[in-house]
Design a protein around this ligand. Structure first.
Ligand SMILES: Cc1ncc(COP(=O)(O)O)c(C=O)c1O
Length: 435
C-alpha cells in the first residue's frame, strides 16, 4: 500500500546521507582558519587559498571569493561594464538572482526561453531579444548541466556582447572537456551550503581572464575602494558593497574543493545509475545529458507526463502533485523548484524594483518594457511538470552511492508501477481538489 494511504514507506530515516558530506579534514581546516583569524585582516590566508584553488580548477587567472553567489553575479555584471538602462539577456527559468543581479546594476533583464532538451537557455532565441541597449548574456548551468557555450559564444560575438556564466549549480561539470567556471568571459558561482561545492554556510566565487574586469569586480566587493596591495585609502571610487566571504566558510569550501573531482565522479555515476533505473518508468522524463558535457546533478530534475502514463484527461498539475505526495510519503526527499518562470514573479509583473519603478522608469531604460509569462512557453511547461531530487535532502553526492540510487528507484517503481491504481486514485483526488 502507498505510504500516503497508510502503507509502510520504502525508505527509512538515515537511508540518505545529507549534503554537504563533511569529513575530519574539513573540520581541521575550519579549526585552523579560526586559529589564523586573529588579528583580523583582509584577505586572510584561507580566502587567498580558496581563490587560488578555484583559479587552478577553472584555469581562470583572476578569482575573487565573495559572500554569496548573488554577490559574485552582481560583481560580474558590474565588471562587464553594464550601466543604468543597459539590457542583459537572462534565461526565463532560473533562480531569481540570475536576473536580480542585473537590477542591482540599475539595468534591465530581458528573458529568453528554455531549450526543451537541456532545460538551459535556448541560444537560438537570443538574437530576437537583442536591442541596441543589450550589453551581456548570462547563461546558467541549470541543475548541474552546462549550457551550450559554443553556440552562446557565437551569438555573443555576433552581437558584441559579454558572456557571463552563472555556475551556481554546476561546480565540477564540464562542457567539451572544459570546466564549469571557465566557460564564459566572466563567471559567478555560489558556495551556499547545498551547492555541489559548499561553504557549509554562504559564499560565492567570481572568476575572469581579464585583469580590468577583476579590478572592477574587486571595487564592488569592497566598498568601491581601489585595492592596490599598499593598504586601504578609504576612498570609494564607485558604489561598492561589503561582499567579503566569512573566513571559516572560505576554509570549509577550500577543503571541499580539494575533493571536488572525487565527489563529482560519484555524482556522475549516481545520476547515470538513477537514469538507467527510471528510464522505463512511464510518466516520468529523466534528465538528458548531451554527449559533449557532463552533469553533476545539483538537482536531478524529473518532468512528469500524465499522457504517457495513460492519463491524457487529467491536468499536469494534478498528476504532478499526486506523484509529489506519494513519493514524499515513501520517505524520499522530493520537491517542486521554481513554480513559474522568473518574469512571472511579482517583482517583474509589477516592476516596482527599487520603488517608483526604478530601474525601468529611471529615464535611462528603454520605455515600454513588459514581462509576459506566455512568451516563455517552454519555461512555463518545465515549471509545471518539474519535480526535483538532489540538493541536500536526497543528495546524489557522496557518501550516497548507486545502492542509494537503487532505493530511490524502488520508490518510483512502487508508486508508479506496483501501486498504479492507488496513484491514479490520488491523481483524481488532486484533480477534484484543484477544481
Ligand atoms: C542559478 C543560481 N544562481 C544564483 C544563485 C544565488 O546564489 P546564492 O544563494 O549563493 O546567493 C543560486 C542559488 O541558489 C542559483 O541557483
Amino acid at each position: 500500500m502507498l505510504a500516503a494511504l497508510g502503507g509502510k514507506p520504502v525508505m527509512t530515516e538515515g537511508d540518505v546521507a545529507p549534503w554537504p558530506h563533511i569529513v575530519d579534514e574539513d573540520r581541521r581546516a575550519v579549526l585552523r582558519a579560526m586559529d589564523d583569524a586573529t588579528p583580523w585582516h583582509w584577505p586572510m590566508d584561507s580566502v587567498l587559498e580558496l581563490e587560488s584553488a578555484w583559479s587552478e580548477t577553472t584555469g581562470m587567472p583572476h578569482v575573487l571569493a565573495a559572500n554569496s553567489g548573488t554577490a559574485a553575479l552582481h560583481m560580474a555584471v558590474a565588471a562587464a561594464g553594464v550601466e543604468p538602462g543597459d539590457e542583459v539577456i537572462v534565461p526565463a527559468d532560473t533562480f531569481l538572482a540570475t536576473a536580480s543581479c542585473v537590477l542591482q546594476a540599475n539595468a534591465v533583464p530581458v528573458f529568453v526561453d528554455t531549450d526543451p532538451v537541456t532545460m538551459n537557455i535556448d541560444p537560438d532565441k537570443i538574437s530576437e531579444r537583442v536591442t541596441d541597449r543589450t550589453r551581456a548574456i548570462i547563461a546558467v548551468d541549470l541543475n548541474g548541466l552546462p549550457a551550450d557555450y559554443d553556440r552562446l559564444r557565437e551569438v555573443a560575438d555576433r552581437h558584441g556582447l559579454t558572456l557571463i556564466e552563472d555556475a551556481a549549480q554546476a561546480h565540477g561539470a564540464t562542457y567539451r572537456g572544459r570546466p564549469v567556471g571557465s566557460l564564459a568571459d566572466l563567471s559567478a558561482a555560489s558556495l551556499n551550503g547545498s551547492k555541489t561545492l559548499s561553504a557549509l554556510g554562504e559564499g560565492g566565487l567570481f572568476a575572469t581572464r581579464d585583469a580590468e574586469a577583476h579590478r572592477l569586480a574587486r571595487r564592488v566587493l569592497m566598498f568601491g575602494e581601489e585595492l592596490t596591495g599598499q593598504g586601504r585609502d578609504y576612498n570609494a571610487r564607485i558604489m561598492g558593497w561589503n561582499y567579503r566571504i566569512d573566513v571559516l566558510a572560505a576554509a570549509f569550501a577550500r577543503s571541499q574543493l580539494s575533493r571536488l573531482p572525487a565527489m563529482t565522479a560519484v555524482r556522475e555515476a549516481n545520476g547515470a545509475a538513477l537514469t538507467d533505473a527510471l528510464r522505463d518508468i512511464p510518466g516520468l522524463r529523466p534528465p538528458v545529458v548531451p554527449r559533449d558535457r557532463t552533469h553533476v546533478y545539483f538537482f536531478y530534475p524529473l518532468l512528469v507526463d500524465p499522457e504517457e502514463y495513460g492519463l491524457a484527461d487529467v491536468p499536469v498539475a494534478a498528476f504532478r502533485d499526486a506523484v509529489l505526495k506519494a513519493v514524499g510519503a515513501e520517505g524520499l526527499g522530493i520537491m517542486r523548484w521554481q513554480h513559474q518562470p522568473v518574469p512571472a514573479q511579482t517583482l517583474f509583473q509589477e516592476r516596482r524594483g527599487y520603488g517608483k519603478g526604478c530601474p525601468w522608469t529611471c529615464g535611462h531604460a528603454r520605455p515600454g518594457c513588459e514581462y509576459r509569462a506566455q512568451e516563455y512557453p517552454v519555461a512555463l511547461d518545465v515549471c509545471e511538470r518539474r519535480l526535483v531530487l538532489g540538493q541536500s535532502f536526497s543528495s546524489l553526492g557522496p557518501p550516497n552511492g548507486v545502492d542509494t540510487m537503487a532505493r530511490f528507484a524502488d520508490v518510483f517503481t512502487k508508486v508508479m508501477i506496483d501501486e498504479r491504481d492507488a496513484l491514479i486514485g490520488l491523481v483524481r483526488d488532486e484533480a477534484v481538489r484543484a477544481g
